[in-house]
Structure formats: C-alpha cells, structure tokens
Write a protein that binds this ligand. Structure first.
Ligand code: PEP
Ligand code: MG
Length: 597
C-alpha cells in the first residue's frame, strides 16, 4: 500500500527507483566442526583471494573518482588482509579446534568490538574499525552474504539508510545512487551538502522509514517537498514521472539562460554567483562557464577517507588545479574545518560531548601547526596563478584572526627564505559564522580583505540549534529575524570598511532567500553548483532597489512566520508562468554595474 512520509528535502530533484537497503543487512554466522581442516584452510584461502580482488577493484575505483590520497584507505585494508598475525591466528584455530572459519572470524570480530568500545583512542578505534570492515567482507564472502554499500550497487536504485557518514556519501556513484533517504540528518549536515554536490535528490530526517521495506520496494524521493513515498499507486507514479520530466526540461532551459547572461539584477547590479566545492571531480572546466568563481573550497575533504595526511605537494597540486581550472575567476580556499561533523579518523581527536562547540577549524589549526602550516604553504605556492584567496573558518574574535594571520606571515617568511614564489598580495578573508564575530565585524572588517557569511553555522550557533540533529531540525530557521539582523549587521560593517561580503552557507543556494540576501547587502553568493541555475534566474528577476526596500521591511518584523510569508509571496509571484516566460527571453545588460562599496 502507498505510504508517504514527510522528512526534510535536502537536495533537490525527483528520484524514482527500487529501494537499496543500506547498512542494516545482518547475517547469521553458523558454528560447526569441520571434518577436514585442510579443506577448511583452502576455503579460507579462497575467501581471502576473493576479498583481495574486491578490495583492489574498490581501490582502483576510488582512485579514479577521488584521487590516490582518498583511495589509500583500501590499500590499508589490503594490508590487513595480509597481516601475518591475523592469518596465523585463524589458521592455528582451524587446525587445533577443527572449527569453521567464519565462526572463528566472528569470535575475533567480537573480541575487537569489545576492545573498541573499551578504549577511548580515536586512532586505535579507526584502525579497529578498518579491521572489522575487512573481517566483515571476508565473512560475507564465506557466507555469500552480500553487503549493501553505496559503491557496490549494481543496478540504479534509491539508497535507504538509518545514517550515512560523509565518507560513505563521497563514495557514492551518482549513476547508481538515484536518490537518498535517511532516517537521520538535516539540510546542513555534510552528508546533505555532499548529496547536493553529487546532484543526488535526497530526503533526510525520516526517523523510521525502512522498518517494513525490502530491496524490491518501489520508492519515490521528492527532494523539493521532502517526501518519501513507498509503493506508490499507479496515479502517484505517473504524476511523479511527469514532474521528473518537466523538472529536467526546466533545468535544461535554465542552464541555457544561465549561460546567456551573468548574475545581474534586472536593474543591472552584478551579484557574482559562485560554486561551493567539496570533491575534486567537481572542478571540471565547465564550472568556469557556469560559476563566476569558487566561493568556498572545503579543503578538509582532502583529509577525509584516508589513513595518512595529504602531503604539502598533494595539496599544492589540488589547489593549483582549482586555480588553473577556474582562472580568471577567483577561487576561495577555506583552511581546513576539521571537527564538528567531519572527523579525520587517523588524527587523534578524541570524542567530544559537543563537537560543534569543540576542537574545530582554526581552533584545531592553531594547535596543530604541523598540519596547518603545510596547508598554508600549499595554498601560498598555488597563489602564483593569481586568483586564489584564502579564508578562515570559525573566527570568533579579533585575537584569533590576528593569530592565524601571523601564521600566514610566518609561512610567507619561510617561503621567501627558501626562494619559493607566492602571490604577496593574496587576499585573506574571514568567515563570519560565530555570533561573537558578528558583533565584532566593525573591527574585523578593518583587518581582513573580505567577509564570507557561513549561515549554516551562524544559524546553528545563534539559535542554539545543532545543525545535524533531526529532532530539532524544525527549529533551524534561516528566516529567523535574529539571523537576518546578523547578516545585515555584517554587511553594514563590510560596506563601511569597503570590503566585499559574500555568503556561502546553504541559504545562498535557496532561491527563496535570494532577494532578501541581496537587499541586506550581500555582494556575492556561493552555493552547490546544482543550485546555480535557479538562483541566477532569480537574480535576473530582482530589482536591487526593491530588494533593499524588502529587506528594510523584513528587518522590522518580529517572527520568522511573517518574514517567510512575505518572501514566499514575492518569490511565487516571480515564479508564476508569465514570469518564467519573460525570463526565457531575458537578456542580461552588456555591461553590468558592480555593486558600489
Ligand atoms: C557555513 O557554516 O555556512 C559554511 C559554509 O561552512 P560549513 O557548512 O562547511 O560549516
Ligand atoms: Mg561553517
């Protein structure tokens, strides 16, 4: 019977396909005596070979998609498979106890699981988790029990899971994963951000969606409305097939409009629209034509899904590639924002009660200069291309900004002493995503070349709503009057000091907020590439002076409900059929007027 669940639409689009249950497939491990130990040893050897081939294939695929650094995790898994102590332990037990190999592996797994829960050492836990992962693959090969995994999916389908880590999401093949439905999660979790980067329609926060579904169930994901529909009736299915086709047609139309003009308001004010980049494969030459730069390169993704730190050289090549691909447009490299919901398993960061308020971003970097300085060296070296600027995440006060800038100066000195070239005028910006920084923007704006407002964190911290907790996702409110006031406050300070004030949180990619953000004084918007067409289409319909009037009205309102009602009304009027037709014939003025600062 058809069943519709409402969750949170975190990545737009419609997906229709059969369910692929991920991560909740259990299997029974039998225990029995073997009559012939030699034959059991051969069975073990065959399972090892099969697992080895599988891991080699996975390593190759990961290398093609994400580069060698990220693929190293599977190299480490291959080493575990050849671990002499482990092999010896299993072999001896088969010979001495005459027990079946999967049972022995199961006991060993149990032993390591107990160890894992007892020891509070992240490095040890990560290694043990790798070991358990390899054991699981071995056992599944022995038992012919397939494990659903995003990169194992053979036929295109919709992945249903309780939870999915950003690292698992990175590994998803978008030709196989048509859609994503999760019990947990929220729009600004990094899993959601990655789903958007991969252009996979996704709905999260569904609580207990998969309880009675199987791998054969037909499901629909509506990433706009946040709906998850299982066993759709033939009418529902037909209407969604039609919606999907229309959506694709609209996207194609918008793409061509987008390429015709820049991001310019109806009255000729240029509001550059840029892309947020997480993964190397997003940096394709077409991005230079569709985005007016990279407004946020989340460099921490170079550090995830691997067992070693990326070398300075590897980072340098990644930043150089970004700069060359996007030239002459600007590329904003954000120094690593590790912590929060992004964990680097091989770094010894112990579990924290409140990771979002913990050892994160510049707080981590200022202590771990051994990791921070090579990143800055790599960024500075790549700056010779001329279009790189860097910015710091989670700046909470002036001292912190001064401290990170001092480290940049130290690195510049070192490079000079070594005769290594860099751009001495490279711009340095500060993210504004902590409320204390908002209150200090008049001072910060005098000590930095630009601001970039990170609304994902700014909303979380100012409204005290954990951005990855689905239980309170309904309280996470971009249209909260306090949020609008903080954006205004930040823009005012930037304008007064004559520096640009971009915005790179998820709000930038939601066309509902385009007019108000421009009206509040945001000078550029950076978003997932998938959102660029709609936001650009919105900008083309907006009048700058009207947007300023709207912002002034909204700033006087007391509640998010009132604010939303007004912006939605205006948005829907613009998106009416006639407006869309006028948009299709829209031509951008030849010489857009940049915003006066
Ligand atoms: C933000 O906080 O708005 C932001 C852009 O950074 P991140 O989502 O990576 O924390
Ligand atoms: Mg942030």
């Amino acid at each position: 019977m058809e069943c519709t669940l409402r969750g949170i639409g975190v990545s737009p689009g419609i997906a229709i396909g059969h369910a692929v249950l991920f991560g909740n497939d259990r299997y029974e491990v039998p225990k029995y005596k073997v009559a012939n130990a030699a034959r059991e040893l051969k069975r073990f050897a065959r399972a090892l070979d099969k697992t080895r081939d599988y891991l080699k294939d996975l390593h190759r695929k990961a290398e093609e998609k994400l580069g060698s650094g990220h693929a190293d995790i599977f190299k480490a898994h291959l080493l575990i498979l050849d671990d002499a102590t482990l092999l010896e332990q299993v072999q001896q037990r088969i010979e001495n106890e005459q027990l079946n190999v999967e049972h022995i592996l199961d006991e060993l797994s149990q032993y390591y699981t107990n160890l894992l829960s007892a020891i509070d050492d992240t490095l040890f836990q990560a290694r043990t988790a790798d070991l358990l992962d390899v054991m699981d693959r071995l056992q599944r090969n022995l038992l012919d029990a397939e494990r659903a995994h995003p990169h194992d999916i053979q036929d295109p389908g919709i992945v249903l899971a309780h939870d999915l880590s950003p690292s698992d999401t990175v590994m998803m093949d978008r030709t196989k994963v048509l859609g994503l439905a999760l019990d947990s999660g929220s729009p600004t979790s990094h899993t959601a951000i990655l789903a958007r980067a991969l252009e996979i329609p996704a709905v999260m926060g569904l609580r207990h969606m998969a309880s009675n579904l199987t791998n054969e169930t037909l499901v629909i994901i509506d990433g706009h409305e946040g709906l998850f529909i299982s066993n759709p009736s033939s009418e529902t299915l037909a209407s969604y097939v039609e919606k999907q086709t229309k959506l694709e047609e609209t996207r194609t139309a918008l793409r061509s409009i987008m390429l015709r003009g820049g991001s310019v308001t109806r009255d000729g004010v240029a509001i550059p629209t840029m892309a947020n980049v997480e993964l190397p494969f997003e940096l394709v030459p077409e991005l230079r034509d569709s985005a007016e730069g990279v407004g946020l390169f989340r460099t921490e993704y170079l550090f995830l899904n691997r067992n070693t730190l990326p070398s300075e050289e590897e980072q340098y090549l990644a930043y150089l590639h970004a700069a060359e691909t996007m030239h002459p447009h600007p590329v904003t490299l954000r120094t690593m924002d590790i912590g929060g919901d992004k964990f680097v398993s091989h770094l010894q960061i112990s579990k924290e009660e409140n990771p979002q308020l913990g050892w994160r971003a510049v707080r981590f970097c200022l202590e771990r200069r051994d990791i921070f300085k090579p990143q800055l060296r790599a960024m500075l070296r790549a700056s010779t291309v001329g279009n790189i600027q860097i910015m710091f995440p989670m700046i909470s006060g002036v001292e912190e900004l001064r401290q990170v800038k001092e480290v940049v100066e130290e690195v510049k000195e070192e490079l000079r002493a070594e005769g290594i070239a860099f751009n001495p005028d490279m711009k340095i910006g500060s993210m504004i995503e902590v409320p204390s920084a908002v209150t200090l923007t008049d001072i910060l704006s005098r000590e930095t070349d630009f601001f970039s407002i990170g609304t994902n964190d700014l909303i979380q911290y100012s409204l005290a709503v954990d951005r990855v907790n689905e239980k309170i996702a309904h309280l996470y409110e971009p249209a909260h009057p306090a949020v609008l006031r903080m954006i205004k406050w930040t823009c005012n300070a930037a304008w007064a000091s004559g520096i640009p004030c971009g915005l790179c949180g998820e709000m930038a990619g939601d066309p509902l907020y385009t007019e108000v953000l421009i009206g509040l004084g945001v000078t550029s918007l950076s978003m997932s590439a998938v959102s660029l067409p709609l936001v650009r289409a919105e900008i083309a319909e907006i009048d700058f002076a009207e947007a300023q009037e709207l912002a002034a009205r909204l700033l006087k309102m007391a509640t998010a409900a009132e604010i939303k009602a007004l912006i939605r009304e205006r948005y829907e009027k613009r998106r009416s059929a006639e407006a869309f037709i006028s948009l299709a014939s829209h031509r951008a003025p030849d010489a857009p007027t940049p915003l006066e600062l």
